[in-house]
Design a protein around this ligand. Sequence first.
Ligand code: PEP
Ligand code: CO
Length: 452
Amino acid sequence: MNGWSPESWRSRKALQQASYPDQAALAAALAELAELPPLVTPWEIHTLKDQLARAATGHGFLLQGGDCAEHFTDCQSDVIANKLKILLQMSLVLVHGLKQPVIRVGRIAGQYAKPRSADLETRGPLTLPSYRGDLVNGPEFTPEARTPDPKRLLRGHGRAAMTLNFIRALSESGFADLHHPENWDLAFMAHSPLADDYRKVLDALGESLRFMQVVGCGDSGELARVQFFASHEALHLPYEQALTRRVRQFDGWFDLSTHLPWIGFRTADPDGAHVEFMRGIANPVGVKLGGGLSAAWLEDLVQRLNPTREEGRLVLIHRFGVERIERELPPMIDAVRSTGQPVLWVCDPMHGNTETTARGYKTRRFERILDELCLAVDIHRELGSRLGGVHFELTGDDVTECLGGARGLNEIDLERAYCTQVDPRLNYEQALEMAMAIVRKIRGTPAAAVRF
Ligand code: PEP
Ligand code: CO
């Protein structure tokens, strides 16, 4: 690839990078990282790319979800298992409802670096570097915690490896076995107004699988396993570079820190360092698209990231917000069409719909999230395009960070279990309800009836 190397990004402007006071310690940590085993393999990456390519032509749907920011303390069996469970359960609802394969991608096992609106944070007389995610520094407001520490790069790699190891083990050992959906229930589901609906879906799915086994259609071993991929924002370029490798059996370079790295909205400048880095790796690549972009900008971006128009390479994740999507999305769809690029369109209905309550909680309303998704489905349809996936910030736990949903969480409820350090996530029930609502919408239930 012309002029590209794993470090060619260094000649471009890199936004949102940590500023390490001890450069020798940084170099030592990166050298050690570069010798450690990778976290994923090129074979898995190719499998994902093939599936994304099929989804882009209408044969598949991407479900991408997880934390806004993972923390090293999230590397615990329950936290990981609950996240896996909600993603698997949502995907089950989607597979059953959409009659399509669903590609499951977590924001997991590496979502440790965050872009921030300011480099510094001031509290009273003290000004310190902003918290940039556990990969860089700690959230506590002390000079020790906030000073970027290169050893965190090695801890991040270790935590991501442990998380992936547990996910792989659970997937292989029958936790994800579709023949046993009863394993997937979480205790508080029993109180959900959606429990009956959900059980009907599970019964119907179990029935289909048993039927396929009886008639000997397909390999039931294959059917019983679910595939699960990892993704994170590839924000910390020295970390990503250290895990970018070549393997004998394939052409090109792979970022083996994750299957699907994405470029955040704030770092998507076509001339910037993040786009330079991502243009040369062989992974599929996501890009977040937000308000205020021009068609010419997007055309330039997609051509740079995918000059050969490879299928399965580009995942465009729009996050305009319910107020702006009708104005901003159509020109983007037209722009991409004019380039002839085969992209997968995905809606992130979280990041354009964030607000702060009178009591100071950063939150999102379930109804607005769902409204943006419904508009996205309609706009793509009207323009002869297709919404091929969804991107959520969610957790498998019973947190109270987003308002609304079937239980009608209100501003007082937010105080009960508001746990996020960065953005508000859908809780278990809200996420499952969202999956059911997506099915209703895509299958053509009138908009007014999409909500429960
Ligand atoms: C995120 O996905 O957490 C994020 C920061 O999103 P965006 O780049 O779309 O603002
Ligand atoms: Co976020």
